[in-house]
Design a protein around this ligand. Structure first.
Ligand SMILES: [Zn+2]
Length: 404
């Protein structure tokens, strides 16, 4: 097996394009191109000028038939400097909060996380770690190089934060459970990252490792084209996710779709030489190859349909807003570059008053719609449709809801 570490360092587009970041194979098939998209969908831009001059990069999506992995072969890590303005907390949404709470309860139940030591990699502001510790009376250590002191440390829960990457250096932190959510898809070299986690686990065979990432099968099957963002260099399938952990000395307990199939979770322990408890056979890689081809064809069709629809709205003087200033909303705006949409709605008060990276629209609160009177609200995530419908009812806003 070709280790990805060999191509790390002075990566050129050509080398990335020929080597899968998971398995190292050089058989990648080209899928779609998205040129000059914002490098950070979730950076908050206080001014319109800052937003429209935000750094941009190209997405050249490739599929590795060898391990079932999708990745951006044009990814340039130099464009990825996360700052403290980075805002990707989904915790403001009750729908997501509900998912996180039930996930935490399920993890505590299934792995008997009571009076245990939990490590979270990429803990952000610490919401999930604090929840796990509160619900199961556990102790937590969160690792995040972008951690802002003062976040979760004020709580009565025994949780501490280390402003660093989790590595071998921290093996002395006992971990009964290691959790890492929505980090791996941002890592240019996931193989080296998981190798690092493997080393940090040391020889603790009882430690359970839990990772959550977006599910590329959802993107492919539901044509979730707005999920393709520059920040994600990797798009995992059950195959590529299992392969990554297996090749780094883990035994797979399970790989499971979550959040209505939009996410994938993997649970693994150190390999003792025995067979996995889970098999990837159910997901046919050949079928996935066909699905990626269909996706590439359908991508342009979906973009064209939306252009036509927005054009009709412009012609008839209708007002539309996008609901959701997260990555999907930013991708939608930057792909369609429409003048019809003047504002983007978000329930996160930290985003209100800021601007959409690339296209520059102002982000407004739902209450803004009471005076704006949109004819249509374009919902970026179907999972939030009901929540948004109720909010619009409460506000007395009578608008057509469209799913992006
Ligand atoms: Zn591969």
């Amino acid at each position: 097996m070709t280790k990805v570490a060999k191509v790390e360092g002075n990566m050129t587009k050509q080398i990335v394009g020929t080597h899968c970041p998971v398995c190292g194979a050089d058989e990648a098939v080209h899928l779609i191109d998205m040129e000059q998209v914002p490098a950070h969908c979730n950076l908050l831009w206080p001014t319109r000028e800052g937003a429209v001059t935000a750094p941009r990069g190209d997405i050249r999506l490739a599929y590795c038939p060898q391990c079932g992995h999708v990745f951006n072969e044009s990814f340039d890590p130099a464009l990825m400097a996360y700052t403290q303005d980075y805002e990707n907390s989904l915790h403001f949404s009750p729908r997501f909060q509900q998912y996180a709470t039930s996930l935490a309860a399920s993890l505590i139940e299934r792995h008997d996380l009571r009076d245990k030591d939990i490590v979270e990699i990429g803990s952000g502001k610490g919401d999930f770690l604090i929840m796990l510790c509160q619900l199961g009376q556990n102790r937590g250590v969160g690792f995040d190089p972008s951690y802002v002191p003062g976040g979760g440390e004020g709580t009565a829960v025994p949780v501490t934060f280390v402003r660093d990457f989790y590595s071998e250096k921290y093996t002395h932190y006992k971990a009964d459970f290691i959790v890492c959510r929505h980090v791996l898809e941002h890592i240019q070299n996931p193989d080296a990252f998981i190798a690092n986690v493997r080393r940090a686990v040391g020889n603790r065979h009882e430690t359970v490792v839990f990772f959550e990432v977006p599910n590329v099968l959802f993107t492919l099957r539901d044509l979730g084209i707005w999920d393709i963002i520059y920040e994600h260099c990797s798009y995992f399938s059950p195959h590529s996710l299992a392969r990554l952990f297996r090749q780094n000395g883990f035994r797979i307990l399970n790989v499971t779709p979550a959040f209505n199939g939009q996410f994938l979770t993997v649970e693994a322990v150190l390999s003792d030489g025995g067979a996995d408890s889970w098999s990837a056979d159910e997901v046919d890689k050949q079928q996935m190859g066909q699905e990626t081809a269909v996706f590439a064809q359908s991508y342009n069709g979906k973009v064209a349909l939306w252009q036509e629809r927005l054009g009709q709205m412009a012609a008839s003087g209708e007002r539309a807003v996008v609901w959701g200033a997260g990555s999907k909303g930013v991708t939608f705006m930057n792909t369609l570059k429409t003048a019809v949409i003047e504002v983007v709605v978000d329930i996160n008060p930290r985003k209100v008053g800021m601007h959409i990276a690339g296209t520059g629209q102002e982000i407004v609160s739902p209450a803004f719609l009471k005076t704006y009177h949109p004819d249509a609200v374009i919902v970026m995530n179907a999972n939030y449709q009901e929540e948004i419908w109720h909010t619009l009812q409460d506000l007395g806003v009578n608008a057509e809801i469209l799913l992006a």
